[in-house]
Design a protein. Structure first.
Ligand code: IPM
Ligand code: MN
Length: 355
């Protein structure tokens, strides 16, 4: 099979981590007789620097013409304290999500026995944690209009908007995912305060009648934030809107012991995008110390979701697990005896070659 993959490394540690993922994808392909063709595109701060646009038209065309997109990270400290900056790197990611119609972001969270001691949570709380957060990705307060400032500049506003259709399409996906897992769906909202959340609840309640095999519960987001830390093992599928999903999945990442471990798949109308949930981590950019596993595991999700190559996906997951057991991990996971980003990538490639 020929795999046409667009690679958008982006900012900070993005290029280093997608570089390892490319190596791993190539290793899997040569093992299984596939051909991976990588074409690179600009996004984020580098795209503002070189093309004056955080999501250039050329990059969009590349994404539309590819079978899958591997994305690194976005963000640059040059823009963080410049609220008046006309162009923002993050806008590149948001434009890509919007124009590719990526309405569903799947973020699996699974604890790994070899990392139990790295988690700030006690072992008995994280043993066997295995859930998927299904985050709506193209609506809500991230995209609602109006957004901006009053004329005198002293008042600012964002608008949270959701339509029934937007809620229904992602909810159906979440019900289907839950049906293939342990059959438990937890809808997270703030229906005691927000009108959008009440619409979410209404739609999900109606849909739940069509999925009798799935047990649905409803939880306010503040309570969910607490339960996620106190009893993460209770969750199977969490369904939530854009902003709540953003926050809760960063929180969830500490369960596994490192933010550098969590992959994600963004799927929707056109080409799907596979991206680590961590950011650009500019402090260590170019130092060959960043954790490549979230990007590598995103490549595993790519094989599964974009190419339906489940065995190939499993090879990557197995390689990652073995590397952790062997202690070949970056400094965020290994402390004193850590390996470099590229060494972890090389180890994974060697492991896959030896399969
Ligand atoms: C994420 C990121 C993005 C988001 C930022 C960079 C716009 O935090 O993918 O979770 O908020 O969605
Ligand atoms: Mn985030």
């Amino acid at each position: 099979m020929k795999l046409n993959i667009a690679v958008l490394p982006g900012d900070g540690i993005g290029p280093e981590v997608t570089g390892q993922a490319e190596k791993v994808i190539s290793a899997v392909c040569s093992k299984k007789g596939h051909e991976a063709v990588f074409r690179h595109g600009l996004i984020g701060a580098v795209a503002i620097d070189r093309a004056s646009n955080p999501y250039p038209e050329e990059t969009h065309r590349l994404c539309m013409d590819s079978d899958a997109v591997l994305f690194g990270a976005i963000g640059d400290p040059r823009y963080d304290n410049d609220p008046g900056a006309g162009q923002r790197p993050e806008k590149g990611l948001l434009s890509m999500r919007s124009r590719l119609g990526l309405f569903a972001n799947l973020r699996p969270v699974k604890s790994i026995p070899a990392l139990y001691d790295k988690s700030p949570l006690r072992r008995e709380r994280i043993e066997g944690v295995d859930f998927v957060a299904v985050r709506e990705l193209t609506g809500g307060i991230y995209f609602g209009r109006p957004q901006g400032r009053s004329e005198d500049g002293d008042t600012a506003y964002d608008t949270c908007v959701y339509s029934r259709d937007e809620i229904e399409r992602i909810s159906r996906l979440a019900f289907e995912i839950a049906g293939k897992r342990r059959g438990r769906l937890c809808m997270v909202d703030k229906a005691n305060v927000l009108a959008t959340s009440r619409l979410w609840r209404e739609v999900v309640q109606q849909l739940s009648a069509e999925y009798p095999g799935v047990e649905t519960e409803y939880m306010f987001v503040d309570n969910a934030a607490m339960q996620l830390i106190q009893w993460p093992g209770r969750f199977d599928v969490i369904l939530t809107e854009n902003m709540f999903g953003d926050i809760l999945t960063d929180e969830a990442s500490v369960i596994t012991g490192s933010l550098g471990m969590l992959p994600s798949a963004s799927i929707g109308l056109y080409t799907s995008v596979f991206e680590p949930i961590h950011g650009s981590y500019p402090q260590v950019a170019g130092k060959d110390t960043a954790n490549p596993l979230a990007a590598v595991l995103s490549a595993a999700m790519m094989f599964e979701h974009a190419f339906k190559l489940v065995e190939e996906s499993g090879m990557i997951e197995e390689a990652v697990e073995r590397s952790i057991e062997a202690g070949v991990v970056t400094e965020d996971m290994g402390g004193a005896e850590s390996s470099r980003t590229s060494e972890v990538g090389d180890w994974l490639v060697d492991y896959i070659n030896g399969l």
